[in-house]
Design a protein around this ligand. Sequence first.
Ligand code: ZN
Length: 332
Amino acid sequence: MDTLAPEELTATAAELGADPLLVQGAGGNASLKSGDALWVKASGTWMRDAVLRNIFAPISLAPLLTLRDSGEFEAMEAHLQSGCAVDGLRPSIETSLHALMPHAAVVHAHAVNSVAVSVLGDGPSRFKHAMGCDLRGVFIPYTKPGAPLAKAVAEAFAVHGPADVILLQNHGVVVGADRPRAAADLLREVEQRLTLPVRSLPKADLTSARAFENEVYCLAEAQCGAGLDPFLFEVLTRAPLTPDQVVFLGGAVGVAGQTEESAEPASLIFEAGVGAFRRRDCTPGALSAMDALLDVAVRLPEGAVIRGLTASHEAELLDWEAEKYRKSLDSR
Ligand SMILES: [Zn+2]
């Protein structure tokens, strides 16, 4: 098996990773089935680093395809998360999804328009309309990433046939094509079709807001408008929108005065009528997740029905070893 990831895969991953509206932090991943290998992004690595250092782990494809064909996704996840790490690179949590797609090249991204549409109450019908007659798309209701998600996608494929575009509720999008560049083009096309207008938000008085800073929290300038917008204040403090928000921000946005006393104060809080504040000890992954949250939030139509993750969705993510591992890489 080659030891160097294919050049088109690394170049494409770096390009996508440089656009924060498509890929944020360690989120998202890309893969290529080439010869007897599945090259897939390693857990906790950043796509934007793809040409600076090796972020792709090669995995022998044949055992994955055998497990896929027999529907043994739990066994596939165990196989991926245990014996497959090469050079300290553990395959992405979402590798089973990549193995499952019939395409040679697969990109999974938390692209902001896709995520925004995926959390809307009418997201499934918007998505269906956007795919039109020329793109094969399937919408998958929220499912925990890893084996359960791979199983849900396999079941959808069994009913509807394989899709080139999968919108994952409260999560992101997966696209497949014959080459990495074609997959990246398809991702951009899907984002274009799902584009939601960016709302303008109230402006904070930053000088007076700074008076609310303390030892734990400093002003989160970019997020202040969301904290001052009544619709987004309610939506974002009610429930987290995505798994990465749970993993890197610890859950929903907190409300000032309600979170500071807890053992693990919220990473991001809103102070009503003032703005937003973030913990001073935020990791790079947390900062990136905050920006991603804002980029999704400003695209949510005011007054729309928004579906957040439930407490049990949060608990199953926080209790999952694969996510603890990803978080530990971020805090290093
Ligand atoms: Zn994801």
